[in-house]
Design a protein around this ligand. Structure first.
Ligand SMILES: [Zn+2]
Length: 453
């Protein structure tokens, strides 16, 4: 619609400035030092939603960081869209790898660099600006609700309770989430599923204190060596996961689905070059897209123990730790796999050490149907502004709240992500391309228009 485009064009610099202001707030949910920043960020989001045209916006408390809720109800008989997003961000470490401060947004070559630029402040903010455009041009045809939480990056520990307690408030016909990526601007795509997650921490204890590695080394089991061995044993030579029963519930993708996936453009040379690796690593018999989409994986996220300071210290440590996570696919259960992982590490430990394995967080995998009215409206919206139908793809990441939202609210989710895989989510130098930001703002109003028909 011409009026939308004109309004956006006239206000695009301000849209960007507002996002930059939001990115300056270090809303790191994982770190308790940032508790006040979290509150400040929630207030800022609320404020922006009011300015954009919401008739009600509230910062609502939970047992953790607050949730921001907002709504604009034009007519209760019209369909209601609930936009879910998160204002919290991942910790910015390691800081020395950032080219500029993670909370001092910088624009370079048409890209906005800052922690949270793509995940997820830049993406949920497109919806805030779409609300403004629809309000200002008096063309809103749906009711819009916003649920912007502050604990997504730590596994949404309090959202389930919040949603269950506010089912009426959050009542809607579809949940729209922009917290994922497209293949590219030339090849727009939509996630039709996200993987689940099981995340555990393993603590291995050997001797009751750190020992002199000269006096005791060779006679006492070293927890770091043992933990490294235990972890290495979880994959075989084909990079298949060896934990008994791990693949039992995996839904095997049909040849048709694999064929469809294979249509997504993929250049292995470019992929490797981008990552700076000579060779790829992955489960035998599957392509890269399949390995990150339809297959479950097991990754080591962190490992520490012993002496890690400057110089040498000859110690045989008492303890070693690892953080380990598995990405899950339909119909694996996060609860079941977490229990399986914990049991596995307890079981394979040799008698020279003791193991304390605990769950950190988890979430179920999720799939959305591509024949729903909402999916079709989103696909048509993308086709309208990108000039191309989006390719349906299975996302490799996890949005653990997906299955909870569907269960509690009884509606389907549509993933309309405008980021790119190269956005460095969770890594140093996270960025969001300005073209993507503006294209997202341009596309979202069409979703509301098509969904209301
Ligand atoms: Zn996110």
């Amino acid at each position: 619609m011409q009026a939308w485009k004109e309004y956006q064009e006239k206000n695009k610099d301000r849209f960007l400035q507002e996002l930059i202001e939001l990115l300056r707030i270090p809303s790191v949910s994982a770190n308790s030092d940032h508790k006040e920043d979290m509150k400040k960020c929630a207030e800022a989001v609320k404020q922006r939603l009011m300015e954009a045209g919401a008739e009600k916006a509230e910062v609502m408390s939970t047992d953790g960081h607050p949730v921001v809720y907002a709504e604009k109800i034009i007519d209760p008989s019209k369909p209601t869209v609930l936009v879910y997003g998160h204002y919290d961000v991942q910790p910015p470490d390691p800081l020395n790898l950032w080219h500029s401060g993670p909370f001092e947004p910088v624009i370079k070559d048409g890209k906005l660099y800052a922690r949270g630029s793509a995940d997820d402040k830049g993406q949920f903010y497109m919806h805030v600006k779409a609300l403004e455009i629809l309000t200002q041009t008096k063309s809103l045809t749906t009711n819009i609700k916003f649920l912007i939480e502050g604990e997504e990056e730590v596994g949404s520990p309090n959202l389930e309770k919040f949603v269950a307690a506010h089912k009426d408030l959050l009542k809607c016909d579809v949940i729209l989430i922009s917290d994922s990526a497209m293949i590219s601007m030339e090849n727009p795509s939509m996630d039709i599923g996200v993987r689940g997650l099981s995340y555990i921490q393993v603590e291995v204890t050997g001797p009751n204190r750190d020992l002199h590695s000269g006096v005791y080394g060779g006679a006492v089991g070293n927890p770091i060596t043992i933990l490294a061995k235990m972890i290495a044993s979880c994959h075989d030579e084909n990079h298949h996961i060896t934990i008994p029963g791990f693949y039992n519930d995996v839904v095997v993708a049909t040849p048709e689905e694999r064929k469809l996936m294979a249509q997504a453009p993929y250049d292995e040379k470019e992929y490797k070059q981008d990552l700076g690796v000579q060779e790829l690593w992955g489960e035998k018999g599957y392509t890269t897209n399949e390995r990150t989409g339809i297959r479950p994986t097991l990754e080591l996220n962190g490992i520490w123990g012993g002496y890690t300071g400057e110089g040498a210290k000859t110690v045989l440590p008492s303890k070693a730790y690892a953080k380990i996570s598995a990405r899950l696919v339909p119909n694996q259960s996060s609860v079941k796999i977490t229990e399986m992982l914990l049991e596995h590490f307890r079981k394979i430990a040799p008698a020279s050490v003791t193991v304390n394995a605990i769950e950190l967080h988890g979430g179920e995998p999720y799939m959305t149907p591509i024949d729903s009215k909402a999916y079709k409206a989103a696909a048509k919206a993308i086709e309208t502004t990108f000039g191309k139908q989006p390719i349906p793809v299975r996302g490799g990441g996890s949005i653990p709240i997906s299955s909870i939202l569907e269960r509690e609210l009884g509606v389907k989710i549509v993933f309309m992500g405008f980021g790119l895989d190269s956005d460095n989510l969770h890594s140093p130098n996270e960025k969001f391309d300005l073209v993507n930001f503006y294209k997202g703002i341009e596309t979202i109003p069409y979703f509301h228009q098509y969904f209301a028909v």
